[in-house]
Design a binder for this molecule. Structure first.
Ligand code: SAM
Ligand code: SF4
Length: 403
């Protein structure tokens, strides 16, 4: 969740949506995102909407968070009144969801299940910091209904973890994967970050090999983004650390794809690799395809058929709204057809399934022909699919396709 919220239009206090949006949502997969805005400590590179106990200063308490979030689930039920379809995916993200007792996460999940119903094959994920779980906690998560867990491993190199301010040892994420598998989780993801100042290509190779040794069925590998306003950005500005270098990032992406593919993890989105179709993150796929999701929690974003809104950012303000029976939405926007088309280009071109050519306008189609001629994409039937080189230049390809 980005921390800088756009301005948008006024959102109604009862959260009501246009009837046409609710009708359209009936025909698309439905997901819930539940944001947990608490962390034990702040990593210097992270600008997600999350708070340490000191930053919270006593407002928006962790102990009452599950109860507050459940109020928003009840609001979602009222607003989506006519929508009659079970939930396909639930994703708890953060922050650090696993800072809360497993029973609290279970309570929030139960509210989604009770109000909407879960599809029999629903994917239910939580993010977890490796040091925030143990076997008993993972057993509890399984017992309350989670079937997928995503660990933030980031790196296997101690000096890289130190620059990132991570609180776990290199080995802890691998142990956590073993514990999750033993607890019966069907799917386990490891998040990795490449391009941290001071990380060599060999460090990155060691991180990939280490992650693969734990045999997760999914890996996300993200280039380190230097977000404005973070401690990392300040350290780079002061000249204490170097800015990530584009050529180094490209070499590391190529290495990631090579090693992950060799171990049977295939890319299905530019930054995501899975061992099988069943191992893909269906919740993220729902975002990339512009389906329906309701984001519960402070700063969370939601989307229903072209109406998008975002909640007030601070946990205290969020709790105050819900405790006085108001929608926590800060503002919203209604996307017109052209904006929805542009978003499809931005997101779908990054998928292995590719972008249907019909989504492009005339200048975009001409640009697509050039992209193919330049070897950055191929046509697979009527879909434009990035080549290996195209994946390295995905952002530039998008700029070409939206002249
Ligand atoms: C915000 S964290 C939440 C999960 C959990 N607290 C953790 O840190 O593992 C989700 C993922 O976002 C990614 N992330 C956060 N900030 C990033 C940044 N500035 N650049 C690249 N990836 C980032 C990390 O890979 C992290 O695992
Ligand atoms: S633990 Fe995760 S959410 Fe919390 S500050 Fe670090 S990266 Fe951000």
């Amino acid at each position: 969740m980005p921390s800088t919220l756009p301005e948008g239009e006024v959102a109604p206090l009862d959260g009501a949506l246009p009837e046409s949006a609710v009708r359209e949502a009936a025909s698309r997969p439905l997901g819930f995102y539940l944001h947990v805005p608490f962390c034990a400590s702040r990593c210097g590179y992270c600008d997600f909407n999350t708070y340490t106990a000191r930053e919270l200063g006593g407002g928006g308490s962790q102990a009452s968070y599950a109860e507050t979030a459940v109020r928003e689930v009840l609001l979602a039920r009222r607003v989506l009144g006519e929508l009659d379809r079970p939930v396909d995916t639930v994703f708890f993200g953060g922050g650090t969801p696993t800072l809360l007792p497993a029973a609290d996460l279970g309570r929030m999940l139960a509210a989604v299940r009770d109000e909407f119903g879960l599809a029999p094959d629903a994917e239910v994920t939580t993010e977890a910091n490796p040091e925030s779980v143990d076997p008993a906690y993972l057993d509890e998560l399984r017992a309350v209904g989670f079937n997928r867990v995503s660990f933030g491993m980031q790196s296997a190199s101690s000096h890289v973890l130190k620059i990132l301010d991570r609180q776990h040892t290199p080995g802890r994420a691998l142990q956590a994967v073993k514990e999750a598998t033993a607890a019966g989780f069907e799917h386990v993801n490891l998040d990795l970050i490449y391009g941290t100042p001071g990380e060599s290509l060999d460090d990155w190779r060691a991180s990939l090999e280490s992650a693969l040794s734990a045999q997760p069925d999914h890996v996300s590998a993200y280039a380190l983004i230097v977000e404005d306003g973070t401690q990392l950005a300040r350290r780079i500005r002061r000249g204490e650390l170097p800015m990530p270098d584009d050529d180094d990032l490209a070499d590391k992406y190529v290495l990631a794809d090579e090693l992950l593919s060799a171990e049977g993890l295939r890319w299905y989105e530019v930054s995501n690799w899975a061992r099988s179709t069943a191992a893909r993150c269906r919740h993220n796929e729902l975002y990339w395809r512009g389906d329906t999701w309701w984001g519960i929690g402070p700063g969370a974003h939601s989307h229903v058929a072209g109406t998008r809104w975002w909640n007030v950012k601070h946990p205290s303000a969020y709790a105050e709204r819900l405790n006085t029976n108001q929608s926590p939405a800060q503002a919203r926007e209604t996307l017109d057809e052209e904006t929805r088309r542009i978003e499809r280009v931005l997101l779908e071109v990054r998928l292995e399934a590719g972008l249907p050519r019909e989504v492009l306008d005339e200048p975009g189609r001409a640009a697509a022909d050039q992209v193919v001629e330049d070897g950055l994409a191929v046509m697979d039937g009527d879909r434009l699919v990035l080549t290996d080189r195209g994946r390295l230049l995905a952002d530039a390809v998008v700029r070409d396709l939206l002249p």
